[in-house]
Design a protein. Structure first.
Length: 195
């Protein structure tokens, strides 16, 4: 019987981005609340990434074909610079459920990389997303309804935050094991972009 894993394709945030974003999260956490504070599960710096494609539960036996499809999608793509910038929330600031850091420079290159990889994964049976791809780093997930007004105000004060330029050199296929302490990611394969 094949073993199943939760898998996704991502660009992992480099240490300099993780460090800048950790400071941002510390400021967002420090929001003053008149009522009970917002309950937010914040992403740990070492787990920050730009998700290119969430695959869901896949057979471990399919991992080699997934990695090969990702390699075909990344073939011919060159490394590129990105600037993580602009804090916001899905679905919006009035009802924040997911707090994110968007992307300025490099957004077009990240979108092109995602589209190419998604097309190759579609060839082996993974349906393309219906929603338009918007490159972002997830910072935290809001749990519950308390403290949302104060949290939204704090997010708005950081709307112009920029983490500085960094370079995307590779793409990683990761497994995700959900534990009580949070997700644990394990790389299944890396694909390097061109020089």
């Amino acid at each position: 019987m094949p073993q199943f894993i939760r898998a996704f394709v991502a660009v992992e945030a480099p240490p300099e981005t993780q460090s800048a974003v950790a400071g941002l999260i510390a400021r967002l956490r420090s929001a003053r609340f008149s009522e009970s504070p917002a309950k937010v599960t914040w992403v740990k710096p070492g787990q920050m990434h730009w998700t290119l494609k969430f695959l869901g539960d896949v057979s471990l036996l399919d991992a080699p074909s997934i990695c090969a499809a990702v390699a075909r999608g990344a073939a011919g793509m060159q490394s590129f610079d990105v600037e993580p910038r602009g804090v916001g929330a899905f679905p919006d600031l009035k009802r924040p459920r997911t707090i994110w850091l968007g992307m300025g420079d490099g957004s077009e290159s990240m979108t092109a990389l995602q589209a190419s990889i998604e097309a190759r994964l579609a060839e082996i049976g993974y349906r393309p997303e219906a929603r338009r791809f918007r490159p972002h780093l997830t910072l935290g997930r809001v749990r519950g309804q308390s403290g949302l007004a104060e949290l939204s105000e704090r997010i708005a004060t950081e709307s112009d935050f920029a983490a500085g330029l960094t370079t995307v050199f590779d793409v990683t296929v990761l497994s995700s094991d959900l534990t009580r302490e949070g997700p644990v990611y394990e790389p299944l394969g890396h694909v390097e972009l061109g020089p």
